[in-house]
Design a protein around this ligand. Structure first.
Ligand code: HEC
Length: 126
């Protein structure tokens, strides 16, 4: 009897395992779509150099996640109150417009930035 329960548990785990990995795969892919569809690409590249705004390569290393969230949610307020944001504005001169992102968009974007940064770290080590 017990053995059967173990077998069932293993089968359930094995079915869920690929599902879990495909979920995180989906999140950064969704982030890439948001990045393209919300017009971020008009002002940013990742690893392609500076445009109107900074190259976002390495952004998850130079900023903590909490800062990124606040920035993506409300750049207008950040530009007035946050010292890092104020410094960026001095350099880039154009204030980044609020892109009206939802929490879901922001989760996906951060997952996408992390994914891109991990890729670059891995490439460097090769
Ligand atoms: C009209 C141009 C423009 C658009 C569109 C835009 N940004 Fe920006 N972004 C900027 C500028 C300029 C800065 C630098 C800070 C400033 O001057 O406001 C910036 C800064 C950032 C930063 C901080 C970079 C760092 O080094 O800390 C992130 C992250 C970012 N943008 C993400 C996005 C995302 C995601 C989108 C799309 C949803 C987007 N931006 C759309 C112009 C833009």
């Amino acid at each position: 009897m017990k053995a059967w329960i173990n077998v069932i548990a293993v089968v359930v785990l094995l079915t869920l395992l690929p599902f879990g990995t495909s979920l995180s795969e989906e999140l950064h892919q969704k982030g890439q779509q948001v990045f393209q569809s919300k017009g971020c690409v008009a002002c940013h590249t990742i690893g392609g150099g500076r445009l109107v705004g900074p190259d976002l390569k390495g952004v998850t290393q130079r900023r903590v996640e909490e800062w990124l969230r606040k920035w993506l949610k409300d750049p207008d307020t950040m530009i007035q109150t946050d010292p890092i944001a104020k410094e960026m504005l001095k350099e880039y001169l154009v204030p980044m417009p609020n892109q009206g992102l939802t929490e879901e968009d922001i989760d996906a974007l951060i997952s996408y930035f992390k994914h891109e940064d991990n890729k670059q770290i891995n490439n460097k080590e090769e």
